[in-house]
Design a protein around this ligand. Structure first.
Ligand SMILES: *Cc1c(COP(=O)(O)O)cnc(C)c1O
Length: 420
């Protein structure tokens, strides 16, 4: 009998996986439909029209497309107000502006989900920087997660003994090995916080979590949420930018910090991107669903090949990130290179582990995306340290996501450590 080729082996495996995951994919479609209806209703409520695709230059006064876009985001996220701008150069920048807007010298910031995302270390002053919050005498304290849950008693104790200005909760795991935090847990911890302190501002780093479930954190009592537009809510169409949404008084502070005190949201030219931001949000429920399906597919494929994966394909998801524990550098590198080979852009370049500013270990990054750095498009990266975890996310369509993962698995089997 003819020996099956590697490609045939992967195709056969993917058929088995596809059958197993069908019920999961159906659930994802249900959530996508629910979120699509929310988006559609918001477009209709604010009577979005072609005129809103026009934009401004210069100071950006009277930009009705910008206002309409922010109204639609506000409505979809269940916020009193929102600021959605390309002048936020990234999610990290929006988080930075928000922290500097909310905190004053002598105030304390408390993270209750452990160490925040890597890029915030110098912002907060965990790592020295002359422009950090710490340099303005803003204190930072941290309560770690325990067994992937909040330490409710410790949080209560801290709030009872010290006045905290802002509590930060990061839902997605970042480059850590913990699980991402479900909305149910966030709701429970917010209730716990409010038993003790009704004033502390609860801020959520919502990166990678939008539209994964039916509700967003403002619905369950968070005060302000932040996310990137080259992730979920940009729908793969927004060319850059980020949003901050929540209580009106807090959004005013953020706007005055981003632009000019006293000018706030009234300025900021949109330079031709209103249409892309609106269309990106319109596509986002479906694109997030495609990313989730791609993650579920990858999870089951790699699990069947004997790798530890998190989340498991059947597990409830909170974000679009899939972890694969490769256990050795060869397999991690081969898989990431395979993802690159399966991408539409730069499929001919081979990513290599490299030193990155802000990271201790070398990192390998696969990203063959239309938008540089976009991680709502299929992308995969991992630091070169044990246990050699790949962080995979994105997929503009399930078909392309699946094809990318199949290519990566094929390359892994050919070039990885245990190739036969
Ligand atoms: C991506 C991410 C950020 C930062 O977003 P950038 O746009 O890459 O700066 C912050 N927090 C979390 C949890 C993220 O996943």
């Amino acid at each position: 009998m003819k020996e099956e080729t590697m490609r045939e082996r992967v195709v056969n495996l993917s058929r088995e996986v596809e059958e197993e995951i069908t019920p999961i994919l159906k659930k994802i479609d249900e959530i996508s439909l629910y979120n699509s209806e929310k988006v559609l209703n918001a477009f209709q409520k604010y009577q979005i029209a072609e005129v809103h695709f026009n934009s401004t230059t210069g100071y950006g006064y009277g930009d009705i497309g910008r206002e309409a876009t922010e109204n639609v985001f506000k409505e979809v996220l269940g916020a009193e107000d929102a600021i959605v701008r390309s002048q936020f150069i990234s999610g990290s920048h929006a988080l930075t502006v928000t922290l500097f807007a909310l905190l004053r010298p002598g105030d304390t910031l408390l993270s209750i989900s452990g160490k925040p995302y890597d890029t915030l270390e110098e912002v907060i002053g965990i790592k020295e920087n002359a422009s950090s919050l710490k340099s303005y005498q803003i204190e930072y304290e941290q309560i770690d997660l325990l067994n992937d849950d909040f330490q409710y008693e410790q949080i209560k104790k801290k709030l009872a003994e010290k006045k905290i200005k802002v509590i930060e909760i990061q839902r997605s795991k970042g480059y850590s090995t913990r699980k991402s935090i479900s909305l149910e847990k966030v709701e429970k911890v917010i209730q716990t916080i409010r038993e003790i302190d009704q004033e502390v501002i609860i801020m959520i780093d919502n990166c990678y979590c939008e539209f994964v479930g039916k509700e967003e954190p403002l619905k369950i009592g968070a005060d302000i949420i932040v996310g990137s537009l080259i992730k979920n809510l940009g729908g793969g169409i927004a060319p850059n930018g980020a949003y901050v949404a929540g209580r009106k008084d807090l959004i005013t502070l953020v706007a005055d910090r981003l632009t000019v005190p006293g000018e706030g949201k009234e300025v900021g030219p949109t330079l031709g991107i209103n249409r892309s931001l609106l269309q990106g949000l319109f596509m986002a429920p479906s694109v997030v669903a495609s990313s989730l399906k791609t993650a579920v597919f990858a999870s089951r494929m790699l699990e069947k090949l004997g790798y530890k994966v998190e989340p498991l394909y059947k597990e409830e998801r909170t974000d679009i990130v899939q972890n694969i524990y490769f256990g050795n550098p060869e397999d991690l590198i081969a898989y990431c290179q395979g993802i690159q080979k399966g991408s539409p852009i730069d499929s001919h370049s081979l990513p290599l582990p490299w030193d990155m500013p802000g990271y201790e270990d070398k990192v390998i990054m696969a990203a063959g995306a239309f938008t540089a750095g976009s991680s709502i498009e299929l992308s995969c990266d991992g630091p070169l340290r044990a246990p050699y975890i790949a962080y995979q996310q994105g997929g503009l369509t399930y078909e392309y996501g699946k094809l990318g993962v199949m290519k990566a698995v094929e390359y892994l089997l050919e070039k990885g450590k245990n190739h036969d």
